[in-house]
Design a protein around this ligand. Structure first.
Ligand code: AMP
Length: 560
């Protein structure tokens, strides 16, 4: 029955599930490595390689190797073309997921069928939908997409909530800042652990900022020095194989400089060769603006949490591979007076996702038990059931599935509250300004789940048609300029009969569950006509495209 937790990372991915003792275990495939590079090599029209093998071949065959695909999630236009076939970001990600599924089946003998997949907190609606599509492509029932920092906090917090009698009783609480700097994304999140409740208070982040940007800066510095040493040789960055090799060498050097003060990098290209010595101080100087941006975003996140009444954080967890750079902890200490600790930086997210998957599964079984016995009516949430009934249901589920009772109780009791990472609204006429402007219904850092409605008026009498344009906030702040908002969906209420005045009520409702996926309805109240969604933007793939990709995915085989 185990629901698997998957950390579908920009550079590395991992899969985990909870073991018989309720602890999350990371499942490694044949290689024995707990993480798999999120890299796909399209070796031939019908064969692909995922993971370390693909990463190694990146240098020899760069045209056919796809990396950092997570940065493309939600971009419906983007395709990776190899051997005459075009692959969308969800399709490439599905190949990584399929590889993880195979690894998990190898490790446990159990083929994963259902999963929770993690995404950066800063992912918007489209990126979350693209991630769900990737899971579906890989044959998984995606129960939820979960924000990575929440997963990391769960991995930390479940242990704390279990292990600390004071926290469990709600006698005290702990506020945690999760600083997550991975290969391609950065998230800062303030989370509160209290009374068996994990609440996200604030999120900030940039999903175009991560370790890969550090690698790029180092690669540029290496190329400059190589060219200075070898004025007649070609710049390695001008050649795609040379550039790939240089970026890999830069990444290796960067990682070595987390432990050593200096390292030597050999750059060989176009018949020339240089040994370049790089020091940690040089690395830190050339990447200082990148680190500064993470500090600024962390400060903004703390400010937002402060506005919500959190004066100080008790603990700072560093997750994501790039948080191993000593400069990260130093900057947080120096600039923000924090005391950060590395917390299982590579695997906390997969472990947390597995815990969340287990929670969802056990909770679902307890709810099903109560509903079949008539102790909980359809549509009524579990919180509203009588506690004696919930207790009995937990016992029956524990017995039936041979799960320790404490584990079932924990699953039901621990609550995860989270917030939305971006604002959402509709375009409406601002009569004072005489133009269409975003009207925000959902605001960044609003607590999920959300159900909110607002009424608008028609702009003239006998209006036969209303267009509803749903937009997502792009920058850090809500803007009244339509060009600052991203159009998600355009819907229409049409065929409205004549006879309705100007200003007739149109009620728009936004609903968003814990997965951060938005559902919009609109209703012409007097005419009683609901919205019919006629078009989605280029954001999502068309049905035909999905069918084509499914077919294409069915025709490629993984080479070990
Ligand atoms: P993640 O997405 O969490 O797997 O993080 C991957 C990123 O962490 C990549 O950019 C790696 O280069 C980086 N990384 C891993 N180990 C280290 C290290 N020891 N020092 C610096 N960066 C590292």
């Amino acid at each position: 029955m185990a629901v698997h937790g998957i950390d579908l990372g920009t550079t590395n991915s991992a899969i985990a599930r909870t073991g018989p003792d309720g602890r999350p275990q990371v499942l490694a495939g044949l290689s024995g490595e707990p993480t798999t590079p999120s890299v796909v090599l399209f070796a031939s029209p019908g064969e692909h390689v995922v993971g370390e093998g693909a990463r190694r071949e990146a240098r020899l065959d760069p045209e056919h190797v796809c990396t950092l695909v997570k940065r493309r999630m939600g971009d419906a236009e983007w395709r990776f073309v190899a051997h005459g076939k075009a692959w969308s970001a969800p399709a490439v990600s599905a190949l990584v997921l399929r590889s993880l599924v195979a690894d998990a089946a190898f490790a446990s003998g159990d083929e994963p069928t259902a999963a929770v997949i993690t995404v950066p907190a800063y992912f918007g609606d489209e990126e979350r939908r693209a991630t769900m599509l990737a899971g579906t492509y890989a044959g998984l029932d995606v129960l939820d997409v979960l924000s990575e920092p929440i997963a990391a906090a769960l991995a930390y917090g479940f242990g704390r909530l279990d292990g600390s009698p004071e926290l469990a009783k709600g006698a005290t609480h702990e506020t945690v800042l999760v600083y997550d700097l991975g290969g391609g994304t950065f998230d800062a999140t303030v989370i509160e652990l209290a009374d068996r409740r994990i609440s996200v208070l604030a999120v900030e982040g940039d999903h175009q900022l991560g370790g890969a940007d550090w690698d790029e800066r180092v690669a540029v510095a290496l190329s400059r020095r190589f060219c200075a040493d070898n004025p007649d040789a070609e710049d390695p960055l001008d050649d795609s194989a040379g550039a790939q090799a240089l970026v890999l060498a830069a990444e290796r050097a960067k990682q070595q400089l987390s432990d050593a003060e200096r390292t030597d990098v050999v750059v060989a290209h176009d018949g020339a060769r240089s040994t370049i010595t790089l020091s940690r101080a040089e690395l830190e100087e050339m990447t200082a603006p990148l680190l500064r941006r993470t500090v600024d975003l962390t400060r903004a996140c703390l400010d937002e949490a402060a506005r919500r009444g959190v004066g100080c954080v008790d603990r700072v967890l560093l997750v994501g591979g790039s948080s191993r750079m000593p400069a990260v902890a130093e900057a947080l200490r120096r600039e923000l007076d924090l005391d950060p600790r590395l917390h299982d930086p590579d695997l906390a997210v997969a472990r947390g996702a597995a815990l969340y998957g287990e929670k969802k599964e056990l909770e679902r079984m307890v709810v099903a038990d109560l509903r079949t016995r008539g102790r909980l009516r359809d549509g009524v949430p579990l919180e509203d059931a009588a506690s004696a009934d919930v207790d009995d249901a937990c016992r029956r589920v524990a017995d039936a599935f041979r799960v320790p009772l404490a584990q079932v109780r924990r699953a039901v009791e621990v609550q995860v509250d989270t917030v939305v990472s971006r604002g959402f609204g509709v375009l409406a006429v601002n009569s004072a300004a005489g133009r269409l402007e975003p009207s925000w219904l959902v605001h960044r850092n609003d607590r999920l789940p959300i159900r909110t409605s607002r009424s608008y008026g028609t702009v003239r009498a006998d209006q036969t048609e209303i267009e509803v344009t749903v937009v997502e906030q792009q920058g850090q702040a809500e803007s009244s300029r339509p060009e600052d908002a991203k159009v998600l969906i355009v819907g229409q209420i049409s065929g409205i009969p004549a006879g309705h005045d100007e200003g007739s009520e149109v009620r728009v409702t936004f609903e968003m569950g814990f997965d951060g996926v938005l559902h919009v309805t609109a209703f012409h109240v007097d005419a009683g006509i609901p919205l019919t969604l006629i078009a989605t933007t280029g954001a999502t793939l068309s049905q035909a495209e999905v069918a084509r990709e499914r077919d294409q995915l069915g025709k490629t085989r993984r080479r070990e």
